[in-house]
Ligand binder design. Structure first.
Ligand code: AHG
Ligand code: MN
Ligand code: MN
Length: 329
């Protein structure tokens, strides 16, 4: 039976992996605490009157109407991460501008989607929290151009928390992707998925097919291809769509397959946000041997221009993402 806690694992890994500094381990532990807190918030949402839209109808930075749970999740991340004094600024889906945090030793920037898949709040379906961590180039006040607008490949750690039938946290600090399951009786995350390996291939594709008629001819040809029967290549693929990136990517990591959200007429740059959705998930999936692409290039190589910018995304099994890319050439 699995027994090693997230804290114990971070201590052991810290000895083996110089990149996993004490500060980074503190931030990862605090994200775990945040996941523990949000597990309760999400589980009790119907009982505590936290379903539905936030009163006042705030529209967040990328045009979504905020749910009560979006706001609670954002507050939980800011509080836990703020308490470390290690983060100088937080970039969040729920904050129009980066939030500066006090702390003389604040050498990190945290990018977060505090609650991913918030259209699932009211239907008791999976949701998540996503985060990516950058190290500031220098001490002192935040310089937005230098410290915030970064390439995903510069992340020093990334992770997600999945609120499903159990809560899981998966993180990477550049030495593999490791998954932990929340043991609610112990009040701790326990290592259940050490060194995760994304299968090279898979037979599940995951996308909002409601957008099919808006997709480019290449993406539509790809869908024709994966749905065309061919037993030798295990086609047709099955369609699965949770509607929460964290859930759909987690399935792809474990079972193999691909998730994609391409550009289309209504979403000329795709829908998903680079800094706090795509880049962290890309780092984790690459660390597990998978691939994350815009369809024509590597997600982690994109130079961000703005904190809320969007990008098309195809992510999952390396061979499946390569196949997708071959249709977009
Ligand atoms: P968020 O709830 O953080 O705004 O993210 C929702 C994202 C992502 O999780 C999901 O895969 C995608 O939007 C779903 O979009 P559609 O509803 O357009 O399919
Ligand atoms: Mn999201
Ligand atoms: Mn969100």
């Amino acid at each position: 039976m699995a027994t090693k806690t997230l804290s114990e694992h971070l201590e052991d890994e810290g000895r083996r992996t110089p990149a996993l500094t004490v500060d980074l381990a503190t931030l990862l532990r605090q994200m775990g605490e945040c996941g523990r807190r949000l597990t309760l918030v999400v589980r009790r949402a119907a009982l505590s009157g936290s379903l539905g839209l936030q009163a006042g109808g705030e529209i967040n930075a990328t045009g979504d109407t905020q749910k009560k749970l979006d706001v609670l999740a954002d507050e939980a991340v800011l509080e836990r991460i703020g308490s470390t004094g290690l983060v100088g600024a937080v970039v969040s889906e729920e904050l129009k501008e980066p939030r500066a945090l006090p702390g003389r030793e604040a050498r990190y920037v945290l990018c977060t989607d505090p609650l991913d898949g918030s259209s699932n709040t009211d239907i008791d379906a999976p949701m998540g929290t996503i985060f990516g961590i950058h190290r500031k180039a220098a001490a002192g006040p935040i310089d937005p151009a230098r410290d915030l607008i970064r390439k995903g490949s510069e992340q020093v750690a990334a992770g997600y928390i999945l609120y499903g039938p159990s809560t899981m946290m998966v993180y990477t600090a550049g030495a593999g992707a490791h998954g932990f399951t929340l043991d609610e009786e112990r009040g701790a995350f326990v290592l259940t998925h050490e060194t995760m390996k994304c299968p090279e291939r898979g037979t599940i594709y995951s996308a909002n097919l409601g957008n099919l008629n808006r997709w480019s001819p290449g993406v539509r040809r790809y869908v024709d291809h994966v749905t065309a029967p061919d037993p030798a290549t295990r086609r047709p693929y099955s369609l699965r769509y949770i509607g929460a990136l964290v859930g759909d990517v987690h399935r792809s990591l474990i079972n193999g397959g691909i998730y994609f959200y391409p550009a289309d007429a209504a979403h000329p740059d795709g829908k998903l946000r680079l800094m706090y959705e795509c880049a962290p998930m890309a780092m984790i999936v690459e660390q597990a041997g998978g691939r994350a692409s815009t369809g024509t290039g590597r997600i982690l190589d994109i130079e961000a221009r703005t904190i809320h910018q969007r990008t098309p995304l195809a992510i999952g099994s390396a061979a499946e993402v390569a196949l997708y890319e071959s249709f977009l050439k």
